[in-house]
Every structure is written in structure tokens, then in C-alpha cells.
Unconditional design. Sequence first.
Length: 164
Amino acid sequence: MEKVPILVLVLLLVPTATAARTQDGSEDWGYVEVRLKEHMFWWLYRSPNRVEDPSKPWPIILWLQGGPGGSGVGIGNFEEVGPLDTNVKPRNSTWLQKADLLFVDNPVGTGFSFVEDNALFVKNDVEAATDLTTLLKELFNRNESLQKSLLFIVAGPANSQGRP
């Protein structure tokens, strides 16, 4: 349960870290530079129920928050489907029981994702989609188990009450 404070400390001290992971390997998080000076934040949880079976690839759910501009890492993770609630207590029911979970703060400028120059903020859906595709390519190319997973993309509401 001390993982979240450690994550916050890492983010505050090293905001441009490319990736970090828990000691047990159950979580990875970090940044991908999706375009020059544009950094998108992601957080991956591996299910404790994960089974490596070539005939039944383990699913991964990419959670994107609505809005646009809602933090998937903050809202989707802690208020909706992640393993811990907003009080950093284990959730009784989490999608992590059936799949790995990947939360992304998309587009850049949302949540922990950031740009180094305000002129670089995303201006349209095509740029947002291109950035997200760049992030996914980077993550999946460096992780063979993700390449074998079934990818499901889910978009949640802008906040936990379903309002934009």
C-alpha cells in the first residue's frame, strides 16, 4: 500500500523519468516523449491473476478518461476501476482481477502528462491520437508480454459522476 506515496515522490523528484517499477514487478509507470518536448504519462498494473497461456492471451485494458482532459491515472485509476481507491485502500472489485490495466494521461497537458512549451499542446484529435499511438508503440515494443496480450480500449467519463 506504500506504492502510491513512492510514486508521487518519484514524480516530484524526477518528472522526466522514462520508467520505474515496483520491486515485485506488479506495476510500471513513466513517461514517453511522444513528440519533441511532449511527455505522456502512463501507469501499468499487472494482474495478480495473469496466466501466460499462448492459446488464451491475457487481456490488457487501456483506460482513457473522458473530457477530454480528464486524468486516466487519477480518475479512472483511483475513482473507478484501479486496484486502490482514493484513500489508497484496496478496492473490493477491480478490473485488475480479469485483465492488466494501463492508464494513460492523454492528451499531453492532462494529469501528469506535460509539454515543455505551451505552444506544443495538442490542437486536434489527430494529434492526440498520433501521440497515443506513439506511446503504445513504445510501450508494446519494449515489453514482449504486452505484445502477446489482447488490447481492449475503454473510455470512461470525465469524472466519477459521468459529467464532462
